[in-house]
Write a protein that binds this ligand. Structure first.
Ligand code: C2G
Length: 132
């Protein structure tokens, strides 16, 4: 069984996230998603609208996702890859190069981001819509 892992906040889930998860799963038979905890999001200077528990419920309902684990630190990836027998780490290409050091543990694949959608864009547009 070829196992894939990806990491992220996955807040206000949108089709860019789904497109990433779908493509990540296509590289193997099992996809683990490490979701950033609320505490780790603070370290990323991100404030998710949905809590970790709520984001976990949503991600576990997605057909491409087989397992969800918490992402608590930047440094846990090598341990996750080893402990979960991961064959490939897949991330959007806004992270290109950032995880090349993990190539000694598994394949590292960067996929093109989906254009014109992001959680930040959604939040900004909702603010504008409700401003008037
Ligand atoms: N993504 C994408 N296209 C978009 C938006 C996001 O392909 N339009 C991808 C990102 O590249 C990332 C994943 O979806 O691979 C999750 O995105 P975020 O929730 O923004 O995650 P991020 O804050 O980048 O966290 O240790 C790694 C970090 O936890 C990644």
């Amino acid at each position: 069984m070829k196992k894939i892992i990806t990491y992220g906040t996955f807040d206000l889930l949108h089709w860019g996230h789904i497109n990433l998860l779908k493509r990540a799963k296509s590289y193997g038979d099992h996809l683990t998603v490490a979701i950033s905890t609320d505490e780790f999001n603070e370290m990323k200077n991100k404030k998710a609208y949905y809590s970790y528990e709520q984001r976990k419920i949503i991600l576990e309902a997605i057909r491409y996702v087989d397992e969800v684990i918490p992402e608590k630190t930047w440094e846990q990836k090598a341990k996750d890859i080893t402990e979960h027998n991961i064959d490939a780490l897949v991330m959007g290409d806004d992270w290109k190069g950032k995880f090349d050091h993990l190539r000694s543990y598994c394949d590292v694949i960067y996929l093109p981001r989906t254009a014109n959608i992001s959680t930040t864009k959604i939040k900004k547009e909702l603010l504008l819509v409700n401003a008037y």
